[in-house]
Every structure is written in C-alpha cells, then in structure tokens.
Design a protein around this ligand. Structure first.
Ligand SMILES: [Cu+2]
Length: 330
C-alpha cells in the first residue's frame, strides 16, 4: 500500500470510528437494549437500514429485521454449536456440530422436513461457494459430514431443522474461519438465465417486498425443455434465498409434493415472500439424470412495483457470449 492510500484508509477509519461512536451514543440515549429489536418498536430493523429503504413508522407485519431465520446462532432455546470454527482451505476435513436444546444437551430427536432431519447450508460470506448437504447424526446428537473448503475466508453455516415436539422449523447460523487465499467474488448482476453444463435455467417473476409472489424457474437442456426432472427431497426443486448484506435465510419449496419416480418440469413454481426490498441471492437445487444441480440467480427486490427479472429469453449457446455482453452495465 502506498502512502496516499494508507492516509486515505486512516482518514476513513477515523470517520468510521466517529460514525460508530455517534450511532452508539444515539442508540444508548434512546434505548439501551436497541440491539434486541423485538420488531414491535417503531425503529427500523437492521436489515431495512442496510437496504437504505424507507420504512414508515409503526410498520408491522413481516419480521423484516433481526427476526429472520439464519441470523442467530441461538433461537427459541436452541443453539448451533460447531465443534470447531477454524479450518484450512483445500484440506480434507469434517464439519462437526451439535444442536443444543433448551436443556443444554444435544438434540437427538427431530421431525423430518423435506425427507431429512437436518439440512446444512454452507456458503462463503461473499455468497460464493454455495453447498447444501446432509450430515449424519451419531446417537449422541453429534452431526458430521466430510467437507473441504475450497478457499479462504469467513464462511457461514446454516442448520435448518425441526426438533421433535417443536411446531416449526428453526434455522440457526454461525460463521467459521477458513485460512487460505481469499479473493472476494462480487455477486452476479441480476439476469434471468443461468447457464451451465448445457442447462439453461430461466427465472420469471416480479417479486415485491413483503408480498407473496410467484417465481417460476424453467429448465432446458441443449435447448430442449426438460420434462423428466427427478424428485429431490420430496420436491422437484428446493430454493434457498439469502439476503445481501446480512445473509438472512429463506427456504422455499414448491407446494406440490413429488412422489418417488414422478417426472417434473420443465417449470418449477415457488410462492415466495421476500421480507424487505434488497438484493437476494437465489440458489435452486434440482435433480436431473441422476445428478443434483444448483442454479444461481441475483434478484433485486423492490419495495413496490420494481420488476426485478428482465424479460426471459433462453439464449442458444452460440449467442450466450453476445447476450452477456449486451446486458446493461451499471
Ligand atoms: Cu437439505
């Protein structure tokens, strides 16, 4: 770093310290437990502040701030307890953890959701490197799965589960540290088509913050609509959406259940409610020809009428590069 850059950084750090100091001062004056926003105060929740969206005071309805799934390591009496939080990239390792129950002991009894007792999502905090895996549980409640982090950085783990006797699913999140080269990857610009390995997945929909809306994914391979999607975890698709800025977690699955042996496609429709305006990263898992694939999309959800997804056209593979170039540059 040269001297000018160092100076700029120093000035920036100073400004940041001032900003934090001011925010802390105001927060303490108004509400000493502001961090424990229960959603009933008129103050905007953290996620809303981060998105820079205006919120009218007295706004109620959806939990749009700290109450969203995946933001807390402990919730409803349950705690996500990883056995270790330091890893090294490109080294074969194992993710091990327990879910501690209200009695402080590891939970050993679960109610299955989407055919599994627990779903584990792993993604780096820049939203790259998404994995959706299913660890196995030992009799003592310890979950484990072999795992190799591909690169350094801070990675987020989400455990999505329903304890036996609990009436809803819980998603807890925690961070782990991975030593190794860290080159942050910006999220992709919003686009209606994700292409990989001969597949084109097209996303259509006009989601609006705080309202349920339909998202439809259409899958084709080598230009032909796929009509033999295989059930994966009891559905033809699973959708995880993570909110940019805080990585709040939304898990959706299509309303229709997919029986073993059934064929689905080319379209999968989800009823989704994005709680606030903002940028969301969408990860669609589907199974075809014996393999599970993940299609990734970036969606900018508006607070009222914003159309997020441009008109859907599936490019032929020759046109792909050209289509990419012609996308508007911000
Ligand atoms: Cu799962």
């Amino acid at each position: 770093m040269n001297r000018a850059a160092a100076l700029r950084l120093g000035a920036f750090a100073g400004a940041l310290a001032l900003a934090f100091g001011a925010a802390f001062g105001i927060g303490s004056a108004i509400d000493p437990i502001a961090a424990a926003d229960d959603g009933t105060s008129g103050a905007p929740a953290h996620g809303e502040e981060m998105g820079g969206m205006e919120q009218t005071s007295g706004h109620s309805g959806h939990d749009s701030g700290g109450q969203l799934p995946g933001l807390a390591v402990s919730d409803a009496g349950y705690t996500f307890a990883p056995a270790k939080t330091f890893f090294t990239s490109a080294v074969k390792d194992e993710l091990r953890f327990t879910i501690q129950g209200p009695d402080g002991k590891p939970v050993t009894k679960y109610t299955k959701t989407h055919e599994k007792d627990l779903h584990l999502i792993v993604v780096r905090r820049d939203l790259s490197g998404f994995h959706h895996v299913h660890p196995t549980m030992a009799a003592d409640g310890t979950w484990s799965i072999p795992f190799t982090f591909t690169a350094g950085g801070t990675w987020r783990l989400y455990a999505d589960f329903q304890p036996a006797g609990h009436d809803s699913t819980i998603t807890l999140g925690t961070d782990v540290n991975v030593t190794g080269l860290y080159v942050p990857v910006p999220v992709a610009e919003p686009a209606s088509v994700y292409s990989f390995h001969g597949y084109d997945v097209t996303l259509a929909g006009t989601p609006v913050a705080g309202k349920e809306s339909e998202l439809t994914f259409k899958i084709s391979r080598d230009g032909k609509p796929v009509t033999d999607l295989q059930p994966y975890l009891g559905a033809f698709g699973h959708l995880v959406s993570l909110r940019g800025g805080d990585l709040a977690y939304l898990h959706n699955h299509p309303a229709e259940h997919a029986e073993p042996g059934a064929k689905g496609g080319p379209s999968i429709t989800f009823a989704t409610t994005f709680p606030t305006a903002g940028t969301y990263s969408l990860f669609l898992d589907f199974q075809h020809a014996g393999a599970v694939h993940t299609a990734e999309f970036t969606v900018r959800v508006g607070s009222d009428t914003t159309t997020i997804v441009p008109p859907a056209t599936v490019p032929s593979h020759e046109e792909e590069a050209h289509t990419h170039e012609s996308e508007p540059v911000r």
